[in-house]
Design a protein around this ligand. Structure first.
Ligand code: PEP
Ligand code: MG
Length: 851
């Protein structure tokens, strides 16, 4: 016999057997709130109904008052998994209609019956909604039209027996849940394949009487900001209008200029509702929206649901609940989805804004910005100089574009993936960025962008880049401002109390370092020194060095670079005030620094005072078939060691200078793209020699730590022989992913969505760490490295460093810290704290209980 229980304070009802709504209603009953009679059907009961086995309907109906109208609502374990829509006014038939005509009046009674017939016809009898298209009247005439249409379509009169109506409603809702599309939809929201549905059958409170009658919803906070504010709406029967006005901002004001408020109409009911909402907040330990009916001035509570909320409101609500002593701080930390936190750091397209989407790509850097289209870095700079916000559109970006990126409010590229140049720089700058938007046509000659439907946008046209969703929008939708407010800072401070893995930031410039400090990063985990040369003045010096054909020529350029680098490092040390700063020696994929266009080559020839043909020749000579696997990283250090010598000297001299001014500095120097022990030995010998030379020249001592960046599979496999020469290993998972998959990080964007859509990869591995393959290399490297040198510091500094999944992986593997773009530091801090709290509490609490 399928199970149907009356909801009482002691009835055996649980989230996992009857669903969240049934459990919440039981909690409201336990609080003695005026909840109408409700019966809960368990998951098993509903499953049986879907298979044709109905519960004893007469027994269910006996629980309710004779002639009561009923409603049935879904009750899934997690409200986010959805469920079939509620069906109201079950029990309505010709006899009840006649009765209601007396008490309510013919028009109101007809409208009630008509609505029931229509929703029954569409959702239960599954008739096409078009059947009722011609019905214009809501009164008795409309009703008879609707009843006739029903009969004509089904060849049966509208069912009059309440038990028969209820049976059909239960069956249709149970079957809707078991349908394939509903299942796929909820599985996409994380529901297990066998997730059950409960149903609640509730007596409807007749919304009419002599005094004030009506229905509505009320909550104590704004769903947008989470600030205390009574919001909701109320439809008054007696006023025949919405007493609060429509819209989310409608409030229960004392003296509302739009007409009488609920407080005017029924002050006692308004006060009671607020008291009920406060009690629910206190005892259900959550900010709840109260669904209510008022009859003759008396309040009935139909339901309570968790207030829907923006990311900003989620943070405020969690912090306020903890500050009011309703939940512990740890729970507040657990209640905010760490991924949503990123939304608070940037302006976003407002959730209810109209969106005219004209293209889509990879959401490479979150936040949204609106500007006029420009197609070159120079145009971007000119636009910024005119004070006009602009969106820089490029096929892909290179160091030559960095100035333009600084000048733009957002960046859009046709090519690239999560770790390509534009994406990395965009995230570092906190600039909204979409890469790999290959569904749009980029015509750089004509300076035009064409949407998949053929809409053409040219220079000066206004678009919005939504870097959080990857959507390119025409025009300027409404925006929501960033909200790093007090609650945000409080929550992160609480998170830090719990966290047990370090969080550093990847920072190359003083601005990055300041952002890192602002977000409380515990140091710099990766300073990409080649990024220090993106400034146009410096880019030329850098190119001059790359172009130098003799060692004297190179020495002369390096002598010019030394003071610049020394100043760079000193500034970083100054900003970080003694916190660790890990500086990666030069790792330029050389092709990124060479001028590719004729005009770029002409400019360089002017700057260097050599013929264009020399520049072209040198560019050709240096051309590599596969530059990402070419003369990069330590390979450059081994073949042209003077560059690393210069950098080491600059680091050491800056260390001494900065230590004099403030906190003592112990710099960390990292060797990139290592694949063999001998590479490390060679570089280490030279760096140690430079250290000795600087100490001797200055007559001062300093300490430093030398480490290796593990970015090739071989370095991970041979970590056992590499680690004794080092103080730390930092996994560069961008290159490690590229090399493990044999898949270019710059080109993968072209086929990635096809791969993910067809299930070849569950996610873009440049975005979410591939735990199975790349992860195994991380694990092997960590184990072998630590076995050979137990004091080894382990970290990850690829773009994966800020992802909650990667943080979980690194924490499990015993890593000391993760390092990510500065703007991802808050997300990483919160995610790391949540992992620590979950592991303290044990597996049962890892899945947060939802109402
Ligand atoms: C990496 O490869 O993971 C890394 C951090 O270095 P880059 O992105 O500069 O190649
Ligand atoms: Mg790398």
């Amino acid at each position: 016999m399928p199970e149907a229980v009356l909801i009482t304070p002691t009835a055996p009802i649980a989230n996992h057997t009857h669903g969240g709504r049934a459990k919440c209603l039981q909690r409201l009953v336990r609080l003695d709130l005026p909840v109408p009679t409700t019966v809960a059907l368990s998951f098993m009961a509903v499953h049986s109904i879907a298979n044709g086995e109905l519960p004893d309907l007469e027994e269910i109906l006996e629980r309710f008052a004779p002639n009561a109208l009923l409603c049935v609502r879904p009750s899934s374990e997690d409200p986010d998994w959805g469920g079939p829509g509620a069906i109201l006014n079950i029990g309505m038939n010709d006899a009840r209609y006649v009765e209601l005509c007396d008490s309510l009046g013919r028009d109101a009674a007809a409208a009630l019956y008509l609505r029931f017939v229509q929703s029954y016809a569409i959702h239960v009898a599954r008739l096409d909604p078009d059947v009722f298209d011609d019905v214009e009247d809501n009164g008795p005439d409309g009703l008879s039209e609707v009843l006739q249409a029903y009969e004509a379509e089904t060849d049966e009169p509208f069912p009059q027996n309440p038990a028969e109506q209820l049976a059909a409603v239960l069956r249709s809702m149970a079957r809707a849940w078991e349908g394939t599309s509903a299942r796929l939809l909820r599985q996409a929201k994380g529901a297990p394949a066998d997730a059950g549905l409960g149903l609640v059958v509730q007596e409807m409170v007749p919304g009419y009487g002599d005094g004030e009658c009506g229905s509505g919803v009320l909550q104590l906070v704004s769903p947008d900001t989470g600030m205390p504010q009574i919001t909701g709406r109320y439809l008054s029967q007696s006023q025949g209008r919405d007493a609060l006005g429509a819209g989310a901002e409608a409030v229960f004001l004392e003296q509302d200029s739009r007409g009488p408020s609920l407080q005017d109409l029924a002050p006692a009911a308004f006060a009671a509702l607020q008291a009920h909402a406060r009690l629910m907040r206190q005892r259900l330990r959550e900010e709840m929206q109260v669904e209510f009916v008022i009859v003759d001035g008396e309040v009935h509570i139909l339901d309570g649901v968790r207030v829907t909320r923006t990311a900003q409101a989620a943070v405020r609500i969690a912090v306020a609940l903890a500050e009011d002593g309703i939940i512990p701080r740890e729970e507040a930390v657990m209640r905010v989805d760490s991924r949503l936190l990123a939304e608070l750091l940037h302006r976003q397209v407002a959730p209810d804004a109209e969106r005219d989407e004209i293209g889509h790509g990879i959401a490479a850097s979150p936040g949204a910005a609106t500007g006029k289209l420009v197609f070159t870095a120079a145009e971007a700079q000119a636009s910024a100089a005119r004070g006009e916000p602009c969106v820089l559109v490029r096929r892909e970006t290179s160091p030559e574009d960095v100035r333009g990126m600084h000048a733009a409010v957002a960046v859009l590229t046709e090519r690239g993936g999560m770790t390509s140049h534009a994406a990395v720089i965009g995230r570092g700058l906190g600039l909204p960025c979409i890469v790999g938007a290959s569904d749009m046509k980029f015509d750089s000659k004509r300076k035009q962008l064409t949407s998949p439907e053929g809409r053409v946008f040219g220079r000066g046209d206004v678009v919005t880049i939504d870097g959080s969703s990857g959507a390119v929008l025409a025009g300027q939708p409404d925006m929501m401002e960033a909200a790093e407010d007090g609650a945000f800072l409080t929550l992160l401070a609480w998170a830090d109390e719990q966290r047990d893995i370090g969080i550093r930031a990847n920072a190359d410039t003083p601005e990055d370092a300041k952002t890192a400090r602002k977000f409380n990063a515990q140091g710099i985990g990766l300073c990409r020194t080649e990024h220090m040369f993106f400034d146009p003045g410096r880019l030329t010096v850098m190119r001059e060095m790359i172009f130098a054909e003799t060692s004297e020529g190179r020495a002369a350029v390096l002598a010019r670079l030394l003071p610049m680098q020394r100043e760079d490092f000193q500034e970083l040390f100054r900003i970080m005030e003694g916190l660790p700063v890990c500086i990666r020696l030069f790792d330029p994929p050389l092709h990124e620094f060479l001028p590719t266009t004729r005009s770029g080559q002409r400019e360089l020839s002017e700057a260097l005072g050599i013929p264009v043909s020399d520049v072209t020749r040198r560019v050709e000579e240096m051309e590599e078939y596969n530059p990402m696997l070419g003369l990069r990283g330590v390979r450059l250090g081994v073949t042209v060691p003077e560059i690393y010598d210069m950098q080491a000297r600059a680091i050491f001299e800056a260390t001494l200078d900065a230590s004099k001014e403030g906190e003592p500095v112990v710099p960390e120097i990292m060797i990139p793209l290592v694949s063999a022990k001998r590479e490390v030995e060679l570089v280490k010998a030279r760096i140690d020699a430079v250290a000795l030379a600087v100490k001797a020249e200055r007559g001062e001592d300093f300490a430093y730590r030398l480490g290796v960046m593990v970015e090739t599979p071989r370095a991970a496999l041979r970590a056992g022989e590499i680690s004794p020469n080092t103080a730390f290993l930092s996994f560069g998972t961008n290159d490690l992913t590229q090399m493990t998959y044999g898949m270019s990080r710059d080109d993968a964007g072209r086929f990635m969505s096809a791969y993910v859509n067809q299930g070849v990869f569950p996610e873009d591995p440049f975005h979410v760490l591939d735990k199975d393959g790349v992860g195994e290399l991380l694990q092997l490297g960590a184990e072998r490295g630590r076995a050979a040198y137990p004091d080894l510091t382990l970290s990850i500094c690829g773009e994966h460093g800020g992802n909650p999944e990667s943080i979980a992986f690194c924490r499990e593997a015993g890593f000391d810290y993760v390092s990510c773009s500065p703007f991802r530091v808050p997300v990483a801090r919160l995610a790391a704290a949540q992992l620590a709290i979950s592991s303290q509490l044990g597996p049962k609490t890892e899945k947060r209980a939802k109402l």
